[in-house]
Design a protein around this ligand. Structure first.
Ligand code: HEM
Length: 407
């Protein structure tokens, strides 16, 4: 058996086109739509010659592979590396990178901690903080939207929701970026992000400890499950780590992408300002059009077949959620941002047993910020062009200058 990029090297299955493209190329990641379109056009699966693995980007097959935990496992890692054959850079997540029956146990605990009821209790806080932030930005004149809004809002509410005794926005955002870049190959994006591990990882690990989490937050709720002996104290810390890994950079990206969608679609912004009730569907459409988690892997656990293609056990498959969410055979006028579309079944939060356990929280944050905008802002002007921040798994802006024009 031959290894390549940390996983089993396969040859192209019969009938599958080979493609010498690098889906982790920084220029491609900054403008992925042409790659997504070509990927879908080439077939249900494409063989990546330089990674010796498969990639899929059509809606039907991406959904089938990503959502079928029986045939396509997560315990071998959701990035390029196959954990069966090498040590990952950190101990694997006990929820994201786990299969049933273990996943069922840890997922139950984290689902309860992040329940709709627990999130609903925080909605007033989210609304108040979002309103105050948008008021400050309206008074400010032009501002840099990623740091002053997309990061600033989760940086205020997320540490409170988790109950972090001490917060550090830079480390929280950069830890997420590191975790997601680590899912790709050993390219410049990954090594640049990993260079900061020595500073960030000890801070994150300390933040997960019981004594650093105040009562009333999600973190304390996870540790309470350890007191009830449902999980061990070590597992409780690992579940807090999951919140800090997956709960900040993703939301920051989604909110930045929302500002980009509204700034570049003035008609949608006008519709939102006219009807704040559109905040919820608007956030959903942002997720579909921009897919903040653009791609994650699965590993075939068995010999199987999808879309008429034979897949051998051990094959790594890059599931391109961003491409599936723009598949024109599934979505009408797929590339258009339609604020009232209500895109049921989009894959931005995944599908199946691993679907995003933080989606109620993410939606509550998105809805709070977009409602605050809708109530106060008539128009958004771009004062400095958007620049994307390539990441091996995340689609996010690096910076963009904006001015909010009041109602
Ligand atoms: C899982 C996206 C926000 C925690 C996932 C998955 C996706 C995703 C695509 C599926 C991964 C897979 O199947 O391999 C997003 C997006 C977000 C977001 C786009 C923001 C808009 C959050 C938040 C939290 C969170 C706020 C927690 C505070 C998790 C966890 C998992 C997960 C723990 C693993 C669940 C499992 O494996 O059972 N997310 N997420 N996410 N998400 Fe999110």
């Amino acid at each position: 058996m031959e290894m390549h990029e940390g996983h089993i090297a396969i040859d192209a299955p019969e009938g599958v086109a080979s493609w010498d493209i690098d889906p982790y190329d920084a220029a491609l990641l900054a403008d992925p739509a042409p790659y997504y379109a070509e990927l879908r056009a080439k077939g249900p699966f494409v063989y990546l010659t330089r990674y010796r693995m498969l990639v899929c980007g059509r809606y039907a097959e991406t959904r089938e592979v990503f959502g079928d935990h029986d045939r396509f496992v997560s315990s071998r890692g959701v990035g390029l590396q196959d954990f069966l054959y090498g040590e990952p850079w950190r101990s694997p997540s006990i929820v994201l990178e786990a299969d049933p029956p273990y996943h069922t146990r840890t997922r139950r605990v984290i689902t309860r901690a992040l329940s709709p009821r627990a999130v609903a209790a925080m909605k007033d806080l989210f609304r108040a903080e979002a309103g105050a932030l948008v008021d400050r930005l309206l008074a400010h004149g032009p501002f840099e939207a990623v740091s002053a809004c997309a990061e600033a809002f989760p940086a205020t509410v997320f540490p409170k929701a988790v109950g972090l005794r001490e917060s550090d926005t830079r480390r929280l955002v950069d830890y997420g970026a590191m975790v997601f870049n680590a899912l790709g190959p050993d390219n410049a994006l990954r090594s640049r992000a990993m260079a900061r591990a020595g500073d960030i990882v000890p801070w994150i690990n300390a933040a997960c400890a019981r004594e650093n989490l105040v009562a009333g937050g999600f973190g304390a709720a996870l540790h309470a499950a350890a007191e009830d002996e449902e999980i061990t104290p070590q597992e409780a810390g690992m579940l807090v780590r999951s919140l800090l890994s997956a709960g900040v950079d993703t939301t920051v990206s989604a909110l930045g992408n929302a500002l980009w969608c509204l700034a570049t679609n003035p008609g949608a912004m006008a519709a939102l300002a006219a009807d704040p009730g559109l905040a919820r569907p608007c956030f959903e459409e942002v997720l579909r059009v921009t897919s903040p988690v653009h791609s994650f892997c699965r590993t075939a656990g068995v010999d199987t077949e999808v879309g008429g293609v034979a897949i051998r056990a051990g094959t790594k498959i890059l599931c391109c959620l961003g491409a599936a969410n723009l598949d024109e055979t599934h979505w009408e006028a797929a590339s258009e941002f339609r604020i009232a579309r209500r895109p049921m079944g989009h894959l931005a939060f995944g599908v199946g047993i691993h679907n995003c356990v933080g989606q109620t929280l993410a939606r509550a944050e998105g809805e709070a910020l977009l409602t605050a905008l809708a109530e106060r802002v008539a128009r958004i002007e771009i004062t400095a062009p958007p620049v994307w921040r390539p990441n091996n798994a995340i689609r996010a802006l690096d910076r963009m200058g904006l001015r909010f024009v009041p109602k």
